[in-house]
Design a protein around this ligand. Structure first.
Ligand code: FE2
Ligand code: FE2
Length: 276
C-alpha cells in the first residue's frame, strides 16, 4: 500500500489546523520508506503542516523535486537543516536560474540556493530518465515529447546570453505509482503539459494512469484549449479519477468537475489518499 498525503496546497481542508499557501508538497509513505515530493514555498509552513500531520522530518528517506520553482522548493531549507545528506532526486536542468518578469523587473523564482551549494547539503541524484525511488514509486524522467499544450506561464523566463527566453521547463517531472488499482500519476506543476505527461507515462510504463493528483497547470488554458484537454481525457483516458489542485486553476477545476462529475475531487492540504 502507498499513502499520499497532501502537506501543502493553495488551500487547506476546512476547519483543519493546516496552513495553505501557493505551492505543493506531498508526503509519500509505503512499506518501503517515506519520500517528500516538493516542499511548498515557506519553510515554516512546511514544518507546521508536517507537525500537524504527525509526520517527522527524521522519517524522510528521500526528497524529490518536481521542478525548480520556489513554490515547490522554497521549503527545502527547513528539511536540509534537520537532515543533511538526504538523497535528492531531480532533473539535471533543475539548477538553471529561473525568473518571473513583472513589467521591466525580473524576480528570481528558482531553487533556494545554487545547485553546487545544494549538492554540498544533499546526496544529489540528478537524472533525465525515470528513476525508481522506492519499489513501485518512479519519477517520470524528462518529458521530451510535447505535441500537446504545455503548462506555460507568459512571464516565466530564463536568462539567455544578454537577454531572456521562455523557460523551457526541461526540469519538469511527475511521479508514477504502480498500485493494484493501476498507475497513479502525481504532478507538481505539470509544466510539460497534462496530455504530454499522460502520453509519456503510457509510453514508458505500458499503461495509462487511472488516477491523477496534483498541479495540472491548466490555469492559463481556456476556451478550445481547455475543451481539447477535456475531450482527450474523455475519449482516451477513462475511467480516471482526478484530484486536480494548485496550478490547475479554478476555471479548469470547475470545467473538469462539470465534465467528469464525481470522478473529480479537490486536494487541499490534509488530504490523505491510499492505494493498495
Ligand atoms: Fe512551476
Ligand atoms: Fe507550482
Amino acid at each position: 500500500m502507498v499513502t499520499i498525503t497532501c502537506v501543502i496546497e493553495n488551500t487547506a481542508k476546512p476547519s483543519s489546523p493546516f496552513w495553505g499557501e501557493h505551492g505543493i508538497s506531498f508526503w509519500i509513505e509505503s512499506g518501503d520508506g517515506c519520500v517528500l515530493f516538493d516542499t511548498g514555498q515557506t519553510p515554516a509552513i512546511l514544518l507546521h503542516n508536517l507537525m500537524m500531520l504527525d509526520k517527522a522530518p527524521d522519517d524522510i528517506d528521500a526528497i524529490i523535486l518536481s521542478h525548480a520553482h520556489n513554490d515547490h522548493t522554497g521549503g527545502l531549507p527547513a528539511i536540509l537543516s534537520l537532515r543533511p545528506g538526504l538523497p535528492l532526486y531531480a532533473n539535471p536542468d533543475i539548477g538553471r536560474p529561473r525568473y518571473s518578469r513583472r513589467g521591466d523587473r525580473y524576480h528570481y523564482i528558482g531553487l533556494p540556493m545554487p545547485l553546487d551549494a545544494l549538492g554540498r547539503l544533499v546526496d544529489l541524484r540528478l537524472s533525465a530518465e525515470p528513476v525508481e525511488v522506492l519499489p513501485g514509486v518512479w519519477t517520470t524522467g524528462e518529458i521530451r515529447e510535447r505535441p500537446e499544450l504545455e503548462g506555460r506561464g507568459a512571464n516565466l523566463v530564463v536568462p539567455d546570453g544578454e537577454g531572456w527566453r521562455p523557460d523551457p521547463y526541461q526540469d519538469d517531472l511527475s511521479l508514477v505509482f504502480e498500485t493494484q488499482e493501476g498507475l497513479v500519476l502525481l504532478c507538481g506543476c505539470c509544466h510539460a503539459g497534462l496530455l504530454n505527461t499522460l502520453a509519456h507515462v503510457e509510453r514508458h510504463f505500458g499503461r495509462q494512469p487511472v488516477v491523477v493528483i496534483g498541479g495540472t497547470h491548466l490555469v492559463a488554458a481556456e476556451g478550445t484549449a481547455l475543451q481539447h484537454v477535456i475531450d482527450v481525457l474523455r475519449s482516451a483516458y477513462q475511467p480516471m479519477r482526478l484530484y486536480p489542485s494548485h496550478c490547475t486553476g479554478q476555471r479548469a477545476f470547475v470545467a473538469l468537475a462539470h465534465a467528469f462529475g464525481e470522478q473529480v475531487h479537490p486536494c487541499p492540504a490534509g488530504t490523505v489518499l491510499s492505494f493498495d
